[in-house]
Every structure is written in structure tokens, then in C-alpha cells.
Design a protein around this ligand. Structure first.
Ligand code: BGC
Length: 392
């Protein structure tokens, strides 16, 4: 990879887009376990997802904007709770809906990357123990098989499970949080088995699909003398999930910030550091470190950045953060690391698992009218996607 005066040209076929998830954008996901949690008496969540960004109906507008801005790829998830509202009962209408989304993306010149499971479960599945139920893996594989009409044509990349390492730490009462608790070993094993079973199911239906999963990378940094503590901390929280991807077609990197590890475990954010709306340290270099660590574990499995971004009201900081992250990506490419894509989180301001307050979007959404307004960062990043040259 040769850097030219204006920057680093993207390799041929490089995916450049933005990401969303169904529950965070669609609205009205009433049959999911998260909806139930949001409305339970005494819920720990600040507010419910409600209509979210109404993307269940407004996805054509979202895709129009992304394509007009210059993006060539769009990562979105399909909602198991809609596709299989009751055990073994598959909704033809929901399956058709997601098929229309795939077709709609292709018509606009956006290559769809489809996530099968992004944190939310059908209520019935959660009620019978969720991932801890003895037949959970088989049920997930059955769902993966049933979405064959969505994936069969025009989809190249499928992400089976979003952030299994975060999922393995979640109880029904806890919202996703940075600085991961310890994943449950049984849940870890179940999610790896579910990933493999879903991979086999979708490949049986459409062998050309490129399958993988996306791991939340916390960029564990050891302070001098704490290297072994950091490695032991990282292993069950990250490396086990990366090692499970060694036979996959790609591995998804999701990086936002870093976690410094001292002799006794995680350290607080350094004094005076700039914080984002999620309370995370503003640390664009996280992406480069996450890519390098991931590549060192997975060997020659290609890397795709499936999420990277920042929650802020100051869109100028979003541009600074993303520029820093893309510079890191350019350096990784220059060093010969096989990075095949970058998806910004998120396309839209959306429901951040308990609250609409942390705004990650390139595109603002008016909560009353649902009108979309691309921010300057959306135009800036879309230009990079269109020109296919990274700023370094
Ligand atoms: C998740 C997204 C989430 C984002 C920012 C990732 O953990 O996949 O759903 O909105 O980070 O918190």
C-alpha cells in the first residue's frame, strides 16, 4: 500500500459505510426482550426505545441519504423477534420486509452487510432461558436457516452475532457498558457454538456468503509492569472470541476507546482526559490498536471494522475523532494488515440501549417529525468514501 500526497488510496473492493441495528433504529420492536425490559416496573433503563428513528418504515430515506452522501456499503441487522414472532412460526411479511431492504440497498448502490443478531431476542426465546436454554444453539441455527430468502442474492457479508463478548456478560437487567465484566464461560461456549451453527446454516443455503462475527475490542493497555495482568484480563473477554474466528471469512473489529490495566485491574480514565457522551475517553488511536491486536490473534483472516465512532453533541469532535481513527486505519494498511472495510457507528442518532441522549449519528433525527439531517461529519466522511482515499 503506497501513500500518495493526498492520502492512502483504499484497496479495491474496500467496504466503506455506516452501521445501524434494528432495535436501535426501527421502533416498535414490541416482541423483543429489550422492549419488555424497557417497560418492566423498576426497569434500570432511563427511557424506552418507542418509535426509535422509525426506520422500519423510513429505511428508504436512510438509504437514499447514505448513498447520496457517497457511502458504498450499509451494515444493518434483521430482527429475529419479527421474523420468528412465536417459536417455529416465521413471518413471511417480516422476511419480505428485510428482503426489500436488501434490494433497496442494492438499487441505491449500497452493498448490504447483514447482522443476524444484534443484542435483542424474541420474547419467547428469552422467556425460556435465552442463550442458557439447552436448545438455544439449534433454535438460532433454525432462525439463520429461515432467513435464507433475505440473504440468498445480493448479500455478500453476514455477521452472525454482534459483540458476543459483550453478550456473554449480559444479564436481563444490565445494559451494555464499557469496561467489560467477565463473560460467563458457559455462555461463551454457547455463543461460539451458535456462531458456528448459524454459519453452517447460511452457507448451506448460500455458499458464496462471507460470514464472520464482530467482537467488541476494549483496547486493554497495560501500564508498565502490568503486562501479564492485562493479558489475563483480555483473554476471556476478547481473545477467546477472536480465536473462535480463525476459520471465518472475516473478523469484525468494533473499537471506540481504550481501557488501561494496572497491577490490580482496570484503571480510571486519566485525569483531565476528554470524555464523550457515554463517559468514554476520547481516544481515536483505539482503532489502530484494536486492528493490530485482532490481526495478531486471527492470523490471515481479513479484518473489517464494523463499528467505530463517538457520542458527541459537537460534530467537529466527531470529525476529529474519525480522522484520527482513519489515520490509524491507513497506517495499518501501510503495514500490510489485511483490512477490508470500515463502517462508522452510527448512520443515525438512535436508541443507545436505555437512552437517546448519547448521539453517535452522522445523521441527526428529529424525535417528533423523524426528519433526517446529515451533519457536517456525514458529508466529510461520505466524501472520503466517494473519493476512496484515506486522510493520511
Ligand atoms: C454496539 C452498538 C452500540 C455502540 C455504542 C456497540 O457496543 O454494537 O449497538 O450502540 O457500541 O455503544
Amino acid at each position: 500500500m503506497l501513500a500518495c500526497a493526498e492520502g492512502t488510496p483504499l484497496p479495491d473492493g474496500f467496504l466503506f459505510g455506516a452501521s445501524t441495528s434494528a432495535h436501535q433504529t426501527e421502533g416498535g420492536n414490541t416482541n423483543s426482550d429489550w422492549w419488555q425490559l424497557e417497560h418492566r416496573t423498576g426497569t434500570p433503563l432511563a427511557e424506552p426505545s418507542g418509535d426509535a428513528a422509525d426506520s422500519y418504515h423510513r429505511w428508504p430515506v436512510d438509504m437514499d441519504l447514505l448513498a447520496e452522501l457517497g457511502f458504498t456499503d450499509y451494515r444493518f441487522s434483521i430482527e429475529w423477534a419479527r421474523i420468528e414472532p412465536e417459536p417455529g412460526r416465521f413471518s413471511r411479511a417480516a422476511t419480505d420486509h428485510y428482503r426489500r431492504m436488501v434490494d433497496g440497498a442494492l438499487e441505491r448502490g449500497l452493498r448490504p452487510m447483514v447482522t443476524l443478531h444484534h443484542f435483542t431476542l424474541p420474547r419467547w426465546f428469552a422467556e425460556r432461558g435465552g442463550w442458557t436454554a439447552p436448545d438455544a444453539v439449534g433454535l438460532f441455527a433454525r432462525y439463520a436457516e429461515a432467513v435464507e430468502p433475505v440473504l440468498r442474492e445480493g448479500v455478500r457479508h453476514v455477521c452472525t452475532i454482534n459483540e458476543p463478548n459483550l453478550l456473554a456478560t449480559l444479564t436481563a437487567d444490565a445494559a451494555p457498558a464499557p469496561g467489560l465484566p467477565l463473560p460467563d464461560p458457559e455462555l461463551t461456549a454457547t455463543l461460539i457454538a451458535a456462531h458456528r451453527a448459524a454459519t453452517a446454516a447460511v452457507k448451506a443455503a448460500a455458499p458464496a456468503l462471507r460470514t464472520g462475527w464482530s467482537v467488541a475490542n476494549q483496547v486493554y493497555q497495560a501500564v508498565p509492569g502490568a503486562e501479564e495482568v492485562a493479558a489475563a484480563y483480555r483473554r476471556p473477554r476478547e481473545d477467546v472470541f477472536l480465536e473462535a474466528a480463525r476459520a471465518d471469512d472475516w473478523i469484525g473489529v468494533q473499537a471506540y476507546t481504550r481501557t488501561r490495566i494496572g497491577r490490580h485491574g482496570p484503571l480510571p480514565v486519566p485525569k483531565g482526559a476528554e470524555l464523550t457522551l457515554t463517559g468514554w475517553e476520547f481516544y481515536p488511536a483505539a482503532l489502530g490498536e484494536a486492528i493490530r491486536h485482532t490481526a495478531s490473534v486471527v492470523g490471515d483472516v481479513p479484518v473489517i471494522v464494523t463499528e467505530n465512532g463517538i457520542a458527541t453533541h459537537d460534530d467537529g469532535r466527531r470529525v476529529s475523532y474519525t480522522r484520527g481513527a482513519l489515520e490509524e486505519l491507513a497506517r495499518a494498511l501501510a503495514d500490510g494488515i489485511d483490512v477490508r472495510g470500515y463502517f462508522h457507528w452510527s448512520a443515525l442518532d438512535n436508541y443507545e440501549w436505555g437512552s437517546f441522549r448519547p448521539t453517535f449519528g452522522l445523521i441527526a433525527v428529529d424525535p417528533r417529525t423523524f426528519l433526517r439531517a446529515p451533519k457536517p461529519s456525514a458529508h466529510w466522511l461520505g466524501r472520503i468514501a466517494r473519493n476512496r482515499v484515506l486522510p493520511l
